[in-house]
Design a protein around this ligand. Structure first.
Ligand code: HAM
Length: 416
């Protein structure tokens, strides 16, 4: 038996998935974002240049596609770089360009609860604005979405500020001094490697000993230049003004290299080890990184649909999920009634009534049992007599009452 690829999953019930996507589309429209769609296949170079070659995603987790010998194509691991590519490639002039997209992303990670190799994100970007007020608007929009549109309460918003390019050059040197000091002697082998390749990523290490050591590192937010310090204060003041609760997490660096200034994550203890269900931040140099001429300061975020589903599943009953339409199930008593059943079903379906026919030929008892199991609202019984009299026996499955209705009046009867 061929089974699904490791780290992928089948959605057999899309009600929560569609609920999340539809609520997001509605909410994002209110905030003046429009929907776009970019390819799942992208050049590998796009992610090497944007996410950084030493990030886990690019160095270990890319799904490569066999193309022409001179083509290096991959399945997209995220949608920010693709959105920025689309912005440049399509010569978008009107900024800020406020867009979102949703769909599957691919990362060859070790699968665990809430972590898949094929997963879905809703990705939101505001391209072409350096105003920190955009960061505030985006974060407020997300907070309201989780709270008011998905009814989530039990989550935290963690924020940090990574400063400008110069701030990070200076901070990396401070961090290097710290990591070279005896205080940091016991950091793990991974961190020793990161120290040389991508030093700020050490702060993201999950090893307990490392985390304890990094509690004493100098903090980037205490070493910002004048302008960044002002923006960091502005971000916090305006979040406060808009009643967004947050906690500052000075070691939050995020897993992708394109970030500067604002970074944030929404996390929930109900998710286990993979606690972040949304993450994002500002990226002001991404366009030049992917070879564009003119940089556009930008900010964005992505939420993981599978992780949101994990959070919503236990509270499914409290959500305003759309109800499936009432099912009308036609039960032909014998082979002789099947053609009539098909004709009748066709009439009902043309009148937009959700209808199915049991053509498998079971006893009336079995068919009624199945109708119950399927949650049918009405069983429409067609036997010899009904066929002869041009009627249908309509059984209301909720009240149990039965009525004989002329076939010609059936649509009007069921619609009333
Ligand atoms: P990210 O933090 O890598 O950011 O992913 C965003 C969200 O996608 C995570 O918080 C998580 O909910 C979900 N996610 C990530 N990896 C997996 C996985 N293997 N399985 C299930 N869910 C996962 C980005 O992707 C950035 N592009 C976000 C962004 C947009 N920054 C600026 N604009």
């Amino acid at each position: 038996m061929i089974t699904r690829v490791k780290g992928t999953h089948d959605f057999l019930d899309l009600s929560l998935f569609n609920f999340i996507v539809n609520q997001a589309k509605d909410h994002l429209t209110t905030y003046h974002f429009s929907e776009i769609k970019t390819p799942i296949l992208e050049p590998l170079d796009l992610f090497k240049r944007s996410l950084g070659v030493y990030t886990d995603v690019v160095s270990k987790e890319m799904f490569l596609i066999q193309g022409q010998p001179d083509e290096q194509i991959c399945l997209r691991p995220e949608a920010t770089a693709s959105t920025v590519r689309a912005f440049v490639e399509n010569g978008i002039q009107d900024t800020p360009w406020k867009v979102f997209t949703y769909g599957s992303m691919y990362r060859h990670e070790r699968p665990q609860k809430g972590r898949f190799r094929e997963f879905n994100q809703i990705n939101i970007e505001t391209i072409g604005s350096d105003s920190i007020a955009q960061d505030v608007q985006l974060i407020k929009m997300l907070d309201r979405f989780f709270h008011e549109k998905l009814n989530l309460n039990n989550y935290a918003l963690l924020i940090n500020f990574l400063g400008c390019f110069e701030d990070r050059v200076m901070y990396r040197a401070l961090l290097k001094d710290f990591l070279d000091s005896p205080q940091a002697e016991l950091i793990c082998a991974n961190c020793v490697e990161r120290k040389d390749k991508n030093i700020m990523r050490v702060l993201d290490c999950k090893n307990i000993t490392c985390q304890r050591i990094y509690m004493d590192t100098p903090l980037l937010i205490n070493n910002l230049c004048g302008t960044c310090d002002q923006e960091w204060n502005q971000l916090q003041e305006q979040l406060h003004l808009l009643s967004v609760s947050y906690a500052v997490k000075p070691n939050l660096v995020r897993g992708l290299d394109y970030y500067n200034k604002t970074v944030f994550e929404f996390t929930s203890d109900n998710l286990g080890a993979q606690s972040a269900f949304c993450g994002g931040g500002r990226y002001d140099q991404l366009i030049s990184q992917i070879g564009g001429k003119e940089d556009q300061p930008s900010i964005g975020a992505a939420m993981g649909i599978e992780r949101l589903i994990l959070l919503l599943e236990p509270m499914r009953d409290t959500l305003p999920l759309p109800q499936p339409p009432a099912l009308h199930l036609i039960l032909p008593m014998g082979k002789e009634q099947i053609a009539l059943a098909l004709l009748l079903a066709d009439t009902l379906q043309a009148a937009n009534l959700c209808t199915d026919v049991m053509v498998e030929g079971a006893s009336i008892k079995n068919m009624m049992r199945k109708a119950n199991k399927l949650g049918a609202a009405y069983a429409l019984i067609l036997g010899d007599q009904e066929q002869e009299n041009k009627t249908v026996t309509v059984k209301n499955m909720v009240t149990g009452t039965e009525e004989r209705i002329a076939q010609i009046d059936l649509v009007a009867y069921l619609k009333k």
